[in-house]
Structure formats: structure tokens, C-alpha cells
Design a protein around this ligand. Structure first.
Ligand code: GDP
Length: 367
């Protein structure tokens, strides 16, 4: 029986057959966009090598994904793109918020594209709350460049551990190079640890500074200045020119006290204006000379080799940590041990030792 409630045994309850549903009458239904088909690793690689921007964008999304099945295919794509990568100038650009990074990258970008070739602008900002939907945000930040057909602009992978975000950016560099981008800019906000990460993946590190009140040198971490291959003082325009020149002199003096750089290149200090496009060619002349110099001395190769080693170790570190801290039994044990350590029932060292032993045991069990 269709409706048991209609049985004679029930009194006072009657279920009527309902109204039948309407046929689908939406004439636009067939026009609805369908999801793009999933590509195979070989199709990704083929698209990338052809310079297909939409395939490149999708491949970068895979690299950024935390899903394991995406990571597996992303790693395969990266591996196959590796032989086609490396042929670019990788330039890191840092500066505090407001220093004029976006304005300058817009102008620098057009400057390098004048000589032909292609440019990818990537970013590392682990604090970023910017997510996928905000590509628009970055496009408006670099207004002219974003309209250029030879520029590929990609915001920072969304917030995560610095190591993780940086690794994704480094892998994205490989894909971009395989797609024919022979200029790579990696932007970072000059306020924390991210400069070190950027420094470990670029050939030239540019620090954008502003003329300040005279004590500006104190505000910059010495480590960041030591990493810089060039320091540029932005906003050297209008009645700010004198102050910018003064700041440049102070930076030059400060740099003289630094030990020689590993490349033996002497970092230069240049004033310019991103907004009014003044001295842009001077900045790029410096960068051109740097590349000539390091290619001649062999430092270019040496640094890239060191970076490759560094990223191998970084990736191992990251994977080990991830594996360790995401195991439920380890997390549970850690919680117990934390309590015991806090209550002075066990020392930090024996607690750590026991957690690690358990971890090794689980690994052996997995074999
Ligand atoms: P970011 O936060 O480092 O990306 O800095 P922006 O590029 O957004 O620039 C911050 C502000 O400084 C904006 O209002 C820009 O218009 C202004 N600005 C950038 N470059 C210059 C410049 O060369 N001269 C002057 N006067 N202002 C500039």
C-alpha cells in the first residue's frame, strides 16, 4: 500500500496523493556553465608548456591546494615542468606597507616588458587573509600590469605556515618559468620573517625604502638590509627629493659598515619615484648590471644550487612536522604529556623523548 495511513485501521486520517511536480521549464538551464573537466598531469604540462594562462592558473591552484589528491597531481606536474624551468630572472621585492610596492611593481613590470618576454608577479604574505576571491584586489593594485597580456599576477597563497606558503610560491615559480615567464617578481610585506623565505628563492633582492625622519635606519632590521642587493628610496619626487637624497646617503654609509656580501656585489642605493616614474631606468640598469656580474663570476649558478638544497631540506622539515603533528595518537599523547609537564610530574625532556619514541614505534608499525 502506498500510504499505510489510509488503511481502514486508521480513523480520521486520510493522505491525498500530492500534486505532481512540474516539468523543467527553465529555457536557460542548458546554458548554465559546467565545471571545467579535470585535466590529467600530462594535459596540465602540455598546456603550461604552450603558455596557456588558464591551464597555468589551474595548475597553480592545484599547487596551493591542501587536498592530497591535488598535491599528488601537482607534484607530478612540477616534476615534469622542472626541465623547462630556471630560465628567468627572479627578483624579490620587499618594503613595509605603504612603501609603494604595488605602484612600483606596476611601473617596473611595464619597464621590463618593454624588452619583450613575459612577467609573473607572485606574492608571499603568510599573514594574508586574502583568499582566492581577492585576485581582483591585486589586479586593482597593479592596474596597468594587470591589463597586460604578457603579465601573470597571482596573490599570495592564502594564510598558512610561512614554510608552506613559501614552498607553494617556489613551486609556482617553476610552473611560470615552464610557461615561458622569463621575469619573476616575488613581492613580500617587509615586516617579518617572509623576507628570508623570499630571499631564498630569488636571484636579486630589492628593498624599497622611504625617506623618513632621520632615524629611519633604526626601524629596519639589520638582517633585511644585509640581504638586499639593492636599496631603492621611493617617493623621491616634489619637495621630498632632498629628504630622499639624504636618506640615500645615510643608507650608503650604513652599508659600508656591513661585511662584504657572499656575491662580492656591492649593494647600491638609488632614489626614484614609482608614482611619477622618475629614475626607473636607473633602478633597472642596476639590476641588469647585477645579473651580468653574477653570471660572469658564477655566483648566479652557485646561489641557485644552494637554494635548491635549501628547499629540499625545508620540504623534508615541513613534511616531517606535518606527519608528526597530524597523527591523532601523537596529538592525544602530547596533550597528556603537556599536562604532566605543567604539573611537574614529568620533565620536558623525558616527556619529549617518550612522545618521539611513540612516533618511531608508529612508523615501524606502518612498515
Ligand atoms: P604598498 O603598500 O607598498 O604596495 O604601497 P602602494 O603602492 O599601495 O603605495 C602606497 C601609497 O603611496 C599610495 O597612496 C601611492 O599612491 C603612494 N605612492 C607610491 N609610490 C609613490 C611615489 O613614487 N611618489 C609618491 N608621492 N607617492 C607614491
Amino acid at each position: 500500500m502506498e500510504h499505510p495511513e489510509n488503511d481502514n485501521a486508521y480513523k480520521g486520517l486520510q493522505v491525498n496523493s500530492g500534486v505532481s511536480s512540474q516539468p523543467i521549464v527553465n529555457p536557460y538551464r542548458h546554458k548554465r556553465a559546467t565545471r571545467p573537466r579535470r585535466l590529467t598531469a600530462a594535459e596540465y604540462v602540455e598546456g603550461i608548456l604552450k603558455g596557456d594562462v588558464s591551464v597555468l592558473g589551474r595548475a597553480v591552484t592545484l599547487v596551493e591546494s591542501t587536498a592530497e589528491e591535488h598535491q599528488a597531481i601537482a607534484q607530478e606536474v612540477i616534476e615534469k615542468c622542472l626541465p623547462y624551468s630556471g630560465n628567468s630572472r627572479r627578483i624579490g621585492i620587499t618594503g613595509v606597507p605603504g612603501a609603494g610596492k604595488s605602484t612600483s611593481i606596476d611601473v617596473f613590470g611595464l619597464h621590463v616588458l618593454r624588452d619583450g618576454g613575459k612577467l609573473a608577479v607572485l606574492a608571499i604574505d603568510p599573514s594574508s587573509e586574502r583568499t582566492r576571491g581577492s585576485i581582483l584586489g591585486d589586479k586593482t593594485r597593479m592596474e596597468k600590469l594587470s591589463q597586460h597580456t604578457d603579465a601573470f599576477i597571482r596573490p599570495s597563497p592564502s594564510a598558512g605556515s610561512l614554510g608552506g606558503v613559501a614552498r607553494k610560491t617556489r613551486e609556482t615559480i617553476v610552473l611560470c618559468e615552464a610557461a615561458g615567464y622569463n621575469n619573476i617578481f616575488v613581492e613580500t610585506v617587509g615586516v617579518g620573517q617572509s623576507e628570508t623565505a623570499v630571499h631564498s628563492m630569488v636571484d636579486f633582492f630589492l628593498l624599497i625604502q622611504l625617506a623618513g625622519t632621520g632615524d629611519e635606519l633604526q626601524g629596519i632590521k639589520r638582517g633585511i638590509m644585509e640581504m638586499a642587493d639593492g636599496i631603492v628610496i621611493n617617493k623621491a619626487d616634489g619637495d621630498n627629493i632632498d629628504r630622499a637624497n639624504l636618506a640615500a646617503a645615510q643608507f650608503r654609509n650604513a652599508l659600508q659598515l656591513f661585511p662584504p656580501t657572499p656575491s662580492r656585489w656591492r649593494p647600491e642605493v638609488i632614489t626614484y619615484s614609482g608614482y611619477f616614474e622618475l629614475n626607473i631606468d636607473k633602478v633597472w640598469d642596476m639590476i641588469d648590471r647585477y645579473f651580468e656580474y653574477v653570471k660572469e663570476t658564477g655566483y648566479f649558478r652557485q646561489k641557485r644550487n644552494e637554494q635548491a638544497k635549501y628547499w629540499m631540506i625545508e620540504t623534508i622539515d615541513e613534511q616531517l612536522r606535518h606527519d608528526f603533528y597530524t597523527r591523532p595518537e601523537i596529538r592525544a599523547l602530547l596533550e597528556q604529556k603537556e599536562l604532566r609537564v605543567l604539573n611537574n610530574e614529568q620533565s620536558s625532556f623525558t616527556a619529549a623523548h617518550e612522545v618521539l619514541s611513540r612516533y618511531y614505534d608508529t612508523l615501524r608499525g606502518n612498515r
